[in-house]
Design a binder for this molecule. Structure first.
Ligand code: SF4
Length: 170
């Protein structure tokens, strides 16, 4: 079983604990509900490495083949059911909090903090987050980006008045 992640390969390798529990729950469900054995569990980090991007830009087939040969995005994580019950209980608490509207996104200052070559939380995590269109922090971030003239996409976020009107009409 492979869990595809849009996170950088180095980040996944350095933070395996963040991925292990989630993957183990998936594996546990698969093995116990479906009764099918898994040969292997792993995360696949999908971002294309810089070296491969550069090789593709060069258009040189030999460079591209060499970069592809070096690219191994699979990070094996051994199946271990020890924490499964605790992880499921943690998921349940999280769902309860969301249903109770106790949900607090990262503050804007965290979104814009740069972490070396890995970029900011906003570019590394938020841009892959399904909640970003309804997230107050990401809206603020997107508007700031637009104010600096770097994004037309942020127009999408300037619909507050229309949203209010639309809701009033419902
Ligand atoms: S966009 Fe998603 S990841 Fe980013 S702060 Fe909002 S909820 Fe969190």
């Amino acid at each position: 079983m492979y869990d595809l992640k849009t996170h950088e390969l180095e980040f996944v390798r350095d933070n395996i604990g963040l991925y292990r529990d989630q993957l183990n729950v998936y594996a546990y469900i698969w093995q116990n509900l479906r009764g099918e054995r898994l040969d292997e569990t792993a995360v696949i980090a999908t971002p294309v490495p810089d070296a491969l991007s550069a090789a593709i830009r060069s258009g040189d087939p030999a460079l591209i083949a060499a970069a592809l040969d070096k690219w191994n995005p699979v990070v094996p994580i051994a199946f271990d059911a020890t924490n499964v019950q605790k992880t499921i209980a943690d998921f349940a608490k999280l769902v309860d909090s969301i249903e109770d509207r106790e949900f607090h996104p990262q503050p804007i200052v965290e979104l814009t903090k740069r972490e070396g070559k890995r970029g900011t939380f906003a570019t590394r995590v938020c841009r892959n987050c399904d909640m970003r269109f309804s997230c107050s922090s990401y809206r603020e971030y997107a508007r700031g980006y637009k104010d600096r003239g770097r994004s037309k996409f942020a127009d999408f976020y300037d619909l507050d008045a229309d949203e209010g009107e639309s809701l009033a009409r419902l």
